[in-house]
Design a protein around this ligand. Structure first.
Ligand SMILES: CSCC[C@H](NC=O)C(=O)O
Ligand SMILES: [Zn+2]
Ligand SMILES: [Zn+2]
Length: 348
């Protein structure tokens, strides 16, 4: 085990937000057996400390969604949803320079841990931005809800997919949601308004595989045409060859990034004021945003990490503490703007 080194980039005294982030990273929520209870207890404690109301929704056995709420002054208006998942993907410890659940900070202020980018940073940034706004005595018209969901990394079925079907979700009256994005190695910040639709397919071939790997010449861009091709391959391979979808993402919703859209106007307006360069992208995989969008709500994927290599699911995932702290400042500007979007025509 590598020794834990004291951080030097802050001159020895660490920002309490960074300390909290590192504490959260040490909670082992790795698949296949994430310690969700420990994560929820930790987050609930922070929320209660901040004076947020707390609700727990058990979407199925052992899978609880934690909802922390900062009530707005006009509860009739639609709310802002800040979503994050609590689970992280497995590690190959032998490929890590530092133990992946110790949140070691090196001399440059880089914090190494599974979940440093995906996406424990964002959970703590949301909370710490709220801490700052509350300390300044701020309050806003719209309610802000934070949801902490399980199982995103295994498809979100026992997480956000079930939660959006629940009356407790409908009662949140969501107007606009923020969820995870990706780091960006350049100066720009990546912003995601839609996602690819991954298909994970398990093919079961009991006998001889025959010529099941033979490709048919005409390619099909259309997804349903592609599924027919898979079915045909299985038929061609002989009896007893079956396939099943482990993931079949079909959602094609995208979120408006038109200046005329009031949510986008608020989001992009803050970024302009802060001189953040945005790069609008389609997320290359699938996140829980797809369930939020499919439920009819606009959602933007945004993890404020520029000048950072994209290391989600990779060995030696890290985030620099200065980038992390800048993210809190960014949310502390975004949240007031979003929670102050004037009543929309549909809100009377
Ligand atoms: C299709 S379920 C996707 C789960 C996971 N999402 C983001 O990383 C992923 O591995 O892409
Ligand atoms: Zn993620
Ligand atoms: Zn992930």
């Amino acid at each position: 085990m590598a020794p834990r080194k004291p951080g030097k980039s802050t001159g020895g005294s660490e920002d309490p937000s960074v300390t909290l982030f590192r504490e959260y990273l040490r909670i082992n929520t790795v698949h296949p057996k994430p310690d969700y209870d420990a994560a929820i207890q930790f987050l609930e404690h922070i929320g209660t400390d901040l004076g947020l109301t707390c609700q727990k929704v058990e979407v199925c056995q052992g899978r609880v969604v934690l909802v922390l709420t900062w009530q707005g002054t006009n509860p009739n208006l639609r709310s802002i949803l800040l979503n994050s998942h609590t689970d992280v993907v497995p590690v190959f410890e032998e490929h890590w320079t530092y133990p992946p659940f110790e949140a070691v900070k090196d001399s440059q202020g880089n914090i190494y841990a599974r979940g440093a980018q995906d996406m424990k940073c964002v959970s703590i940034q949301y909370l710490e931005a709220i801490r700052r706004l509350k300390a300044e005595g701020k309050c806003f018209a719209r309610t802000i809800h934070l949801t902490f969901v399980p199982d995103e990394e295994v498809g979100g079925h026992k997480g956000m997919e079930m939660f959006v079907q629940r009356p407790e979700f409908k009662a949140l009256n969501v107007g606009f949601a923020l969820d995870e994005g990706l780091a960006s190695p350049s100066d720009t910040f990546s912003v995601f308004y839609g996602e690819k639709s991954p298909w994970w397919i398990k093919v079961k071939c009991m006998g001889s595989p025959g010529h099941g790997s033979r490709f048919i010449s005409s390619t099909a861009a259309e997804k349903l045409a592609f599924e027919e091709k898979i079915a045909a391959w299985c038929r061609d391979a002989g009896d007893g060859v079956t396939y099943e979808f482990l993931q079949k993402c079909m959602d094609q919703h995208i979120t408006s990034t038109e200046e005329s859209n009031p949510w986008w106007k608020a989001f992009s307006g803050v970024c302009r004021d802060l001189k953040l360069q945005l790069k609008l992208e389609i997320f290359p995989a699938a996140t829980d945003s797809r369930y939020i969008r499919a439920a009819g709500h606009p959602a933007i994927g945004f993890s404020p990490m520029n000048r950072t290599p994209v290391l989600l699911h990779d060995h030696n995932e890290f985030l620099n503490e200065q980038v992390f702290l800048r993210g809190i400042e960014i949310y502390a500007c975004l949240l007031p703007a979003l929670a102050s979007v004037p009543p929309l025509p549909s809100e009377g």
